[in-house]
Design a protein around this ligand. Structure first.
Ligand SMILES: CC(C)(COP(=O)(O)OP(=O)(O)OC[C@H]1O[C@@H](n2cnc3c(N)ncnc32)[C@H](O)[C@@H]1OP(=O)(O)O)[C@@H](O)C(=O)NCCC(=O)NCCS
Length: 157
């Protein structure tokens, strides 16, 4: 179970109560997609696909605003082979809740789930955010989309 009890006290002081755990219960995925679109961090997944991405990840961290009906104000997920390699994805804090430690608390909670493993990620603008959390740049990142993005039926090259 992911918890963020120590950080929660800090958010109390700021007048915001944010809880971080690994439960996907009760998430309004359509609202999450709307918030992602508004924050310009939506990559095209419909709500059901976004939900599947999180359900099928080994580790997730969900941040909820307890003063706003548990509105989801942050999410992150980690793929892992359970042995040596993991990959961090979909790290997002609602723009209204940024710079309060939500993002770093979610990443720390996920990292703690995979001791001994090498965690990769891809980032552009948030490089300094990850460097502060101990991540180091790698020489080169390569990637490929198999067929058409989000179309499981399309033939890959
Ligand atoms: C990146 C992001 C998740 C950070 O969330 P957050 O809840 O604001 O993060 P925190 O409050 O824990 O910030 C921790 C530190 O990182 C810094 N930081 C936050 N976002 C940053 C960014 N985009 N670039 C550089 N530094 C950043 C903060 O200033 C803070 O520094 P401080 O501790 O010295 O004050 C959030 O800005 C976000 O959702 N951005 C849009 C989506 C995105 O880019 N996600 C990452 C994709 S790889």
């Amino acid at each position: 179970m992911i918890t963020a009890a120590t950080s929660r006290a800090r958010w109390h002081a700021l007048g915001v109560r944010v809880r971080i755990d690994d439960s996907l219960e009760g998430i309004d995925w359509d609202r999450v997609v709307s918030d992602l679109v508004r924050d310009d961090f939506h990559n095209g997944r419909p709500a059901l696909s976004l939900r599947r991405s999180f359900q099928q990840s080994q580790h997730v961290a969900i941040a909820r605003d307890e003063d706003d009906g548990d509105h989801v104000v942050g999410m992150a997920r980690l793929l892992s082979d359970g042995v040596c390699n993991a990959y961090l994805l979909d790290v997002w804090t609602h723009s209204a809740c940024r710079n309060r430690g939500v993002g770093s608390s979610m990443v720390k909670a996920l990292v703690a789930q995979v001791p001994g493993q090498h965690i990769g990620l891809q980032t552009g603008e948030a490089r300094a955010f990850y460097v502060a959390l101990g991540f180091r740049p790698q020489p080169e990142f390569m990637s490929k989309i198999v067929g058409t993005w989000l179309d499981p039926g399309s033939p890959g090259p």
